[in-house]
Design a protein around this ligand. Structure first.
Ligand code: M6R
Length: 615
């Protein structure tokens, strides 16, 4: 989704903004723009396409100097992706300039009223309406920019993270947030504004994360003034010290972030269980669970809400929690749950899973659950994100920044946290024997090594990718714990290689998808020894009889599937409930190699955004 960058201080703003926008490219976008203040003028440049196109265009067309500026990457919502609809947007007088991430839902009626008052519009965007509303208020009410922004935001319905400045008062930037993220980097006599910390982490580790319905006036050389958008309450901003470092958000020698992130999984899984999994003491430490233990133990059921890959992690968790803890679990798409008037009550525990912690539908599902009295627990990767703040308690995955749009290490670390939770609850509920508990802990501790070993199949997977790179369709099948892995494998392939792919429980094949199988159809079957092996072998035979091309993900030493499949990828054996942590690895590699061979933009696939902050 849209990315926001701003700068005010003593440096040249243009390079800071361009680099910052490049760091936000992972969020997904289709156009970009920048506005810089210089010598009484605002120089603005915007273009459809990439930040590199913007940089080239700006270098040719505009004066690049200036120590205050804003930049934007736009993921189109209102109006097609083109130069005119790209941000920043001027107000009619040309004095105000704005960037915006979010959607102003009532923009049409505001626009109509502004047109009646003589305003004209060049773009189709809701953002141009907002900047003119601010201008109109500023003029008519004779108030400062900050006040005008506040009054305007009280009139709009929707979501926003905005940054706006005024040509006639070029020593301040006004920002505000509701629903979309906004961080302020606090430097030495300088401030940075961004959708996340990655654009400014090389300059400062200190950041203020605005809460929903907060706004700030940022002036060079002064403290940031934060207040509520509604009412006049002044807020004391909390300056947080960030642990992030620049290496974590760079490619570190890999061709793509996705590949780097696939290879980071052994460490990411370790980081996620470190300090929590204490084999020697025979315990799992998780403060978020311990502090709310009775809520979990007395829960009538657990409802998991999430989207995309996080939803797949939720499905794995359903199997694990029901198996180990014996509490009923339902897994819901957040986007459906929030609109379908679900039955929720105070004895329900809702677990919201999200890498970014900003997904709009998941946030809305959380708010709804809270309204209905449920206890809401978050599993997030991004520290301080909206979901982390909005939930009653939670547990972070410690995957580190995930930049590739296709989730990889987020998925395996989510499963790691959810497994730890299930084991902890099973122990607290007296539902698991000491020896089983201990065995699971040691198996979990061994997973990073097994993932490492699985990564060694990379060359084999690349060779298989080369054979199927031109396929038009692909089926993924798995049973039990490997069914969500099949869904995840199919999602990875579609999102980065644009090959149509479907994931199914293997036994469901007979109820429809089997009709698709012919000699052109690659079928990826996850057929690990633990996990209804014999049944899956029968499914493999059914595919073979119909001449489908079989790619088997099998346990090392497997003979039966090897005898039937066209290709096999071996993984080390682990306990059944932990299998997804390993079987998902070759599927990530397969989609990665196919996408590279098809010349696709692996890290920023078309039409997709890393964090989906609009519904
Ligand atoms: O940040 P979240 O985990 O809430 O994001 C949810 C989905 O948008 C995300 O998993 C998406 O499906 C990924 N592109 C999958 O690779």
């Amino acid at each position: 989704m849209c990315g926001i960058v701003g700068y005010i201080g003593e440096r040249e703003a243009f390079p800071v903004i361009i680099k910052g926008l490049q760091r936000l490219e992972y969020r997904g976008y289709d156009s970009a723009g920048v506005a810089l203040y210089n010598d009484g003028k605002i120089n603005l440049c915007k273009t459809k396409g990439k930040v590199a196109d913007l940089k080239a265009k700006a270098e040719q067309e505009v004066v690049l100097g200036g120590k205050i500026g804003i930049g934007h990457t736009r993921w189109a919502t209102h109006g097609e992706p083109n130069d005119v609809n790209a941000h920043p947007h001027y107000s009619n007088s040309g004095d105000l300039v704005i960037i915006h991430n979010g959607i102003i839902e009532n923009y049409a009626s505001i626009k109509e009223a502004l047109i009646a008052r003589g305003y004209h519009f060049e773009s189709d965007t809701d953002t141009e309406v907002l900047v003119n509303l601010i201008e109109d208020i500023k003029k008519n009410e004779k108030v400062k920019l900050g006040k005008a922004v506040q009054i305007a935001l009280n009139q709009v319905v929707g979501a926003y993270a905005i940054a706006v400045f005024d040509r006639t008062k070029p020593d301040e930037i006004v920002v505000a947030k509701l629903g979309s993220p906004l961080a302020i980097g606090v430097g030495d006599n300088e401030y940075f504004i961004a959708s996340d910390a990655s654009p400014f982490i090389e300059y400062t580790n200190n950041a203020i994360y605005l809460e929903d319905e907060q706004m700030a006036v940022i002036k060079k050389g002064r403290d940031v003034k934060v207040r509520q958008v509604k009412g006049d309450k002044v807020v004391n901003p909390y300056v947080q010290e960030l642990k992030l470092n620049i290496e974590q958000i760079e490619k570190g020698g890999y061709d793509h972030f996705m590949l780097k992130e696939i290879y980071e999984q052994p460490e990411a899984i370790k980081d996620t269980y470190r300090g929590r999994l204490r084999i020697n003491d025979g315990i799992i430490k998780m403060a978020g669970i311990e502090d709310n233990l009775q809520k979990f133990l007395n829960a009538n059921r657990i409802i998991i809400v999430a989207c995309g890959t996080s939803w797949h992690a939720g499905l794995v968790a359903e199997y694990i929690i029901e198996e180990l803890v014996r509490i009923p679990v339902e897994v819901e798409y957040a986007s459906e749950f929030r609109y379908r008037n679900p039955v929720i009550n105070k004895n329900d525990v809702v677990i919201a899973i999200s890498q970014s912690g900003e997904t709009a539908d998941t946030l809305a599902a959380i708010k709804l659950s809270k309204e209905k009295g449920a206890f809401v627990f978050g599993v997030c990767n991004v520290v301080g994100s909206s979901i982390a703040r909005e939930t009653h308690a939670g547990a972070y995955t410690h995957a580190g920044p995930e930049i590739g749009v296709a989730s990889t290490k987020a998925f395996t670390t989510q499963i790691t946290v959810l497994t730890l939770m299930a084991l902890k609850l099973a122990q607290e509920k007296g539902q698991i024997s000491r020896s089983d508990f201990y065995n699971y802990l040691s198996e979990l501790e061994a997973i990073p090594e097994k993932v490492e070993q699985t990564l060694k199949s990379d060359a084999n997977v690349a060779a298989i990718a080369d054979i199927y790179k031109d396929a038009e369709n692909c089926l993924y099948l798995g049973r039990g714990y490997n069914f969500p892995v099949a869904l995840e494998g199919a999602l990875k392939l579609k999102e980065i290689s644009y090959i149509h792919a479907e994931g199914y429980p293997a036994a469901e094949m007979k109820h429809g998808p089997i009709a698709l199988i012919d000699e052109q159809m690659p079928v990826v079957v996850i057929a690990t020894r633990k996990g209804h092996y014999d049944k899956v072998v029968s499914n493999v035979q059914e595919i073979k009889s119909r001449k489908g091309k079989i790619i088997g993900v099998v346990t090392e030493g497997d003979k039966e599937v090897r005898g039937l499949a066209d290709h096999v990828i071996e993984i080390p054996e682990t306990s059944e409930i932990l299998t997804p942590l390993v079987t998902t690895i070759p599927l990530q590699l397969l989609s990665y190699h196919i996408a590279v061979m098809r010349d696709c933009n692996v890290d920023q696939p078309r039409n997709l955004a890393k964090s989906v902050t609009v519904e």
